[in-house]
Design a protein around this ligand. Structure first.
Ligand SMILES: [Zn+2]
Length: 279
């Protein structure tokens, strides 16, 4: 975790990292037709098994974990540095969760969830502040999907997110920005974890920093790949303070994705973005 290195002593900071699992069903169903999917979804030691199973294996890899997934735990880490709050920056004020009841038909914790600080405040970025999203070590072909995800989230949330291109080392730790790194992360020792993302949260829910790490082998070299886009969107949504919806729900923020990657925001996703956004 790099986020808490940049925080001056005397601040309280909560940093969340939430992992996103690989959709095993997708990988198995695609065996034979797509070597790319096979290599990106199935751990090497299982590949022969998967290949011999072929599409019949798809029916074995349904709910409850599937063929190769002994119920992977979704990781979450939290760091606290004791101290006093920072002054609020720009147009920002605390947002009380009680002021935002769920609309009819949406169930909190099932259809959507956001980060709540002290059981009281909805964590959110400042509005009317440019939030650059920098990429680091982005593989060829990935840029268009990242730009697409940033634009989609900006439009749906009203947050002033913009894709800013490859960042420098300085940008990686800069406050007021989101970093998207294509590379390794300690949580990736679990072969099912495809990406992690989260915000750094100051007292009363002020978010001033976000970080995302994506496993490069989960990103297609061909722009427009549904899984690359779903994964990128999911982790970016963590970075703006959105938490998981129920497993296999038709939301980008589903705790575990279903067989079809969600490329489009669900109604729960949209309400969560309203809670953390600027509309
Ligand atoms: Zn997640």
């Amino acid at each position: 975790m790099k986020t808490h290195r940049t925080v001056p002593s005397g601040l309280t900071l909560l940093a969340y990292l939430v992992a996103f699992a690989v959709p095993v069903v997708l990988g198995v169903a695609a065996v034979g037709s797509s070597p790319y999917l096979l290599s990106k979804v199935v751990p090497e030691e299982h590949r022969e098994t998967v290949a011999s199973f072929g599409t019949a294996a798809a029916s074995l890899s349904g709910a409850g974990g599937g063929l190769f997934s002994p119920a992977a735990e979704i990781g979450e880490q939290r760091y606290t540095i004791p101290g006093t709050p920072v002054a609020h920056e720009g147009e920002w004020s605390p947002r009380l969760a009680d002021d935002y009841p769920a609309p009819e038909g949406l169930v909190p914790g099932v259809d959507f969830a956001v980060e709540i600080v002290d059981d009281t405040y909805i964590a959110h970025w400042p509005c009317r502040h440019d939030v650059p999203v920098w990429s680091f070590d982005a593989p060829p072909g990935s840029e268009a999907d990242l730009a697409w995800a940033v634009e989609t989230l900006a439009s749906a949330s009203g947050l002033a997110l913009r894709y800013a291109g490859p960042g420098s080392e300085e940008d990686r730790e800069s406050r007021g920005a989101i970093s998207v790194t294509y590379g390794d992360h300690p949580m990736f020792h679990n072969a099912e974890v495809a990406g992690v993302g989260g915000p750094a949260i100051w007292p009363e829910g002020l978010i001033l920093q976000g970080s995302v790490t994506l496993r490069p082998d989960q990103i297609s070299p061909v722009p427009g790949d549904p899984w690359s886009r779903a994964l990128t969107m999911h982790e970016l949504m963590h970075a703006v303070g959105v938490d998981h919806a129920a497993r296999h729900s038709r939301e980008i923020m589903a705790e575990r994705p279903g067989p079809d990657p969600q490329m489009h925001l669900g109604t729960g996703d949209r309400f969560a973005l309203h809670l953390v956004g600027c509309h």
